[in-house]
Design a protein around this ligand. Sequence first.
Ligand SMILES: C[S@@+](CC[C@H](N)C(=O)[O-])C[C@H]1O[C@@H](n2cnc3c(N)ncnc32)[C@H](O)[C@@H]1O
Length: 279
Amino acid sequence: MAGEDYRQVSFDVWQRMAEGWDRERRWLWETSHAVSEWMVQALAPQPGHTILELASGIGETGFAAAAALGDQGRLICTDFAPNMVQAARAESQRLRLGNVEHRQLDAERMDLDNDSVDGVLCRWGYMLMAHPAAALRETRRVLRDGGGLVLSVWGSPKDNPWASLPGRALLECTGASPPDPTAPGIFAMADPERTRSLLAAAGFEVRRWENLELSWRFQDFDAYWRFLTQLAGAIALSIANLTDEKQRALRARVEEVVAPYRSNDAYEIPGLVQNTLAA
Ligand SMILES: C[S@@+](CC[C@H](N)C(=O)[O-])C[C@H]1O[C@@H](n2cnc3c(N)ncnc32)[C@H](O)[C@@H]1O
């Protein structure tokens, strides 16, 4: 799918996913807080800093950095999907975070001045963008000299069966050919060399790199299926586009392929992310 078409489809998907992400906020954080805490620790935000979070979704990673910025500092919490921005805004109000500004912003075309922020956070965002190279160039442009960028992207399909097993079952079900591994999607930056070269092309040097494991826990298969159909971005869209009969067949196939991760009724399905500090 060409850039503009992809961007529109992706925008619509994430608009639809916002409700599920907001509803499952606590569970998502329990699963993923170590990823965000690594990111904030690597960025080392200081009182008075302006930190930009890109593709923030419901905002949790940036919120973890907000306290360190103090009253004089500012977190600019941004996402291109207004429903995500709204969910993040409601939560920062609930938490009474006084130093957070919420904005709708496309990471590939930022409405921000050159050299205007001290640090950037982006968890599980760049690989979903139509042109991650453009988003990284924009990141470099708005970041002051000496400022850090901390990003998190998903590792290989083999290390992320929570997404690759249903992804493969979907291909079987639709008969579609496997996508180009660099096309926007969960695994588009799984190859460390690609991430390094995208960063280098935008003028960044890698300062720290760490792979972190996590585990998605679902109380039963229904909970996993709800996750796939209501939170899982493009996977959710592909499932929604199937007929009822194909959805039933897919559901049965996914239950079969994730069975090795079941104990009693619950599922623990592993994942691996690659966290990077670049400057
Ligand atoms: C997988 S979610 C991750 C949300 C959040 N960063 C987290 O880790 O919980 C991906 C997010 O990227 C956002 N996104 C995708 N493309 C974007 C773009 N070009 N500019 C800004 N946000 C984008 C989506 O709206 C969605 O909220």
